[in-house]
Design a binder for this molecule. Structure first.
Ligand code: ZN
Length: 280
């Protein structure tokens, strides 16, 4: 498996609430992992609500720390979680003011991508909980705005959304077309096994790497990414999969003959290259 650059497409590191970048990267590497794609955590997780530039700066710093101190290659993804907008509205901002604040934050994310400091915009999207119809419409407008920024910067977008199946994948693919963004540049984070193009409408699904989801996904196609959505938050143990899961799951599937080495290479190398332009 050494020639396969095993990549966790969505893994967080958090020295405030968890073990932090070096320890997580070391665990990942020990189990065979080589690359981590790390989105910034939301601003409330480090106690400075709405300090979006700091949230992004911090993930750039963690990526640097991993790259200088471990054998893992790390890449940053920068953006504003959809709950940031909900929280702005709860704090008393009106829709217009909140929209401007969020768009400014996304402009900054685009700038970091264009400077080569981050590989994608994310996680952005819309809430997995219920919100007012006005907020829902604004969340959708902001998704299209982020896609337009990504088109300009020629980068990918990592999408956080409500539980999605064919209907939502189709909706997001239409939004991408509206923004002029190629649909495969749109990565559905925390995806179920929607690996058939007829189900995902050309989006790139990033499968939550449970045994169940990966086994259903690989039966249909090898066009997907793998992730844990590890939070590195000790107050929420078991909320998601651990940092060793993607390398271990890949090895397990190869050993059991459920995935060929070629499939694994496609998932961890070709697909990553196609979406982010990252070479091995
Ligand atoms: Zn996440």
């Amino acid at each position: 498996m050494e020639n396969i650059p095993i990549t966790d497409n969505h893994i967080h590191v958090d020295p405030f609430n968890g073990e932090g970048p070096i320890k997580v990267a070391e665990k990942f590497h020990k189990s065979g992992g080589q690359r981590m794609i790390i989105p910034n955590k939301p601003s409330w997780t480090f106690g400075e609500p709405f300090n979006f530039t700091k949230a992004m700066e911090m993930v750039l710093k963690y990526v640097d720390e991993i790259n200088s101190n471990t054998d893992v290659k790390a890449y940053a993804v920068v953006g504003l979680h959809p709950a940031e907008l909900s929280r702005l509205l709860e704090s008393g901002k009106d829709l217009k003011a909140a929209e401007e604040i969020i768009k400014d934050g996304l402009d900054h994310a685009q700038k970091l991508v264009m400077e080569g400091k981050a590989v994608a915009i994310g996680e952005i999207g819309r809430p997995h909980y219920e919100v007012s119809s006005q907020e829902w419409d604004l969340q959708n407008e902001i998704i299209v705005y982020a896609m337009e920024l990504a088109k300009e910067a020629d980068c990918a977008v990592q999408l956080h959304t409500e539980t999605s199946s064919e209907e939502q994948f189709e909706e997001f693919s239409l939004m991408a077309k509206k923004a002029g963004l190629r649909t495969y540049k749109l990565v559905k984070h925390f995806s179920g096994p929607y690996t058939d193009e007829k189900e995902n409408f050309g989006l790139t699904p990033s499968l939550i790497s449970t045994r169940d989801v990966v086994s259903k996904g690989i039966k249909k196609s090898n066009y997907f990414l793998m992730e844990t959505d590890y939070l590195d938050d000790l107050t929420r143990p078991g909320a998601v999969l651990g940092p060793k899961t993607v390398p271990r799951r890949t090895q397990e599937f190869i050993n059991k003959g459920l995935m060929t080495e070629e499939d694994a290479f496609k998932i961890h190398s070709d697909n990553i290259k196609k979406v982010y332009g990252i070479e091995d």
